[in-house]
Design a protein around this ligand. Structure first.
Ligand code: NAD
Length: 358
């Protein structure tokens, strides 16, 4: 069995799906491992580091020979077309986001596993790319906010007087939000968070944050949130608008699976914030939680800085890749055994993650 780690071609993508550490593990499972030259460079892994563990450098023909292809973002359709019929393709593939991509996956008979579809069960935790990458994104979002803010985060007692700590509000306390809270706490800020899932109260508090109760509870299926009704949304916005006047930094991380990001912070709320405040909207990729967000840009709204960073996990490419590559390895090990590929479709992790065109 041949396993190939591809070089990412998407703009700004620094991560890699195969690291020297996981290359060694695939080899231990009986696979021959190939890496495209330079694939790991931007994540801190030289070609030599792969060679040292027994992997080989792939030329272009290798795409057409690999049995299992590992990627972060989906390869361009021209490259997908070169894959061997029936090859396994594992990564954050989002096939439904692009008809042409979906068509090629289907026409080439690829066995595609879009890992963003992995059920979020206890057994799947070690394969959960959404969680590992959201952790890095949440961490970076707080650092960006600290960088953009014209204030200290911690309280300081200095000869020039006392500096009060920054007040940080984190919107949405999923994986990214909780890491944003933990990071802001480590920087010494006064941190609050809120979410529509009631169980997040305890999680926020366990990190030293305060739960901001906006009077709305909307737990949905599978541990996720459901969209709010119009009344719930109005109530959340009324209370939030008042509160934002007191806050120095807002970090937005709220999401509802399969939908555009919920709009939570209106432009009017941003205008009501004090000049010098900062909004970092990690949900920018799916449209943003803040109405004033311009994905990929930093804008000034009446003295409030609104930043909409894209692909934050890629900014922490070394650790993001290490975690991502381990997630992939743990998943592939479900069907790569003793040097052979065997899919057990009774295994719900394989059956539910597998993409079948409809
Ligand atoms: P996500 O990225 O889909 O959403 C981020 C957060 O936004 C969620 O906490 C959600 O409740 C919140 N949100 C949605 N609408 C909101 C609104 N209008 N206002 C405020 N907040 C809103 O979620 P995620 O971080 O990927 O994970 C969600 C949950 O799933 C986590 O709490 C986690 O515990 C659970 N999970 C379980 C496992 C597992 O057991 N294997 C793995 C990962 C995540």
């Amino acid at each position: 069995v041949e396993v190939l780690g591809v070089k990412e071609h998407a703009q700004g993508e620094r991560r890699v799906a195969l690291t020297p550490e996981t290359a060694r593990k695939y080899i231990a499972l009986g696979a021959a491992v190939w890496i495209e030259p330079g694939a790991g460079t931007r994540a801190g892994f030289t070609d030599q580091a792969y060679l040292d563990v027994g992997a080989q450098l792939a030329d272009d023909t290798r795409l057409g020979q690999a049995d299992i292809v590992l990627c972060v973002q989906p390869p361009e359709t021209a490259r997908l077309r070169q894959l061997k019929s029936g090859a396994g393709l594992v990564g954050m593939l989002h096939p439904q986001a692009d008809d042409e991509r979906a068509g090629v996956i289907q026409s080439r008979g690829l066995q595609a596993f879009p890992l963003e579809r992995l059920p979020r069960t206890t057994r799947a935790q070690s394969m959960d790319v959404l969680s590992s990458q959201a952790g890095m994104a949440g961490y970076k979002a707080t650092l960006i906010a600290a960088q953009l803010a014209p204030r200290f985060f911690p309280m300081l007692t200095t000869a020039a007087g006392t500096i009060r700590p920054s007040r940080v509000l984190v919107v949405g306390a999923g994986v990214a939000g909780l890491q944003a809270i933990a990071t802001a706490r480590r920087l010494g800020a006064q941190v609050e968070g809120f979410d529509v899932r009631p169980e997040t109260r305890e999680q926020i508090e366990s990190l030293g944050g305060k739960f901001l109760d906006l009077g709305v509870s909307a737990a949905g299926e599978g541990g996720y949130a459901r969209p709010l009704t119009d009344d719930e949304r109005a109530e959340q916005q009324r209370r939030l608008g008042e509160h934002l006047r007191l806050v120095d930094v807002v970090i937005c991380t709220a999401a509802v699976p399969g939908r555009p990001a919920p709009k939570i912070v209106t432009s009017a709320m941003v205008q009501g914030m004090r000049p010098g405040s900062v909004v970092v909207d990690l949900a920018a990729e799916t449209g943003g939680n803040c109405e004033a967000t311009r994905p990929g840009e930093t804008v000034d709204v009446g003295g409030v800085t609104v930043d909409g960073p894209l692909n934050l996990a890629s900014q922490g490419a070394v650790h993001a890749s290490e975690m991502y590559a381990r997630n992939l390895y743990n998943f592939v090990a479900l069907f790569l055994k003793d040097g052979a590929v065997a899919f057990d479709w009774d295994d719900e992790l394989l059956a539910k993650t597998r993409w079948i065109a409809n």
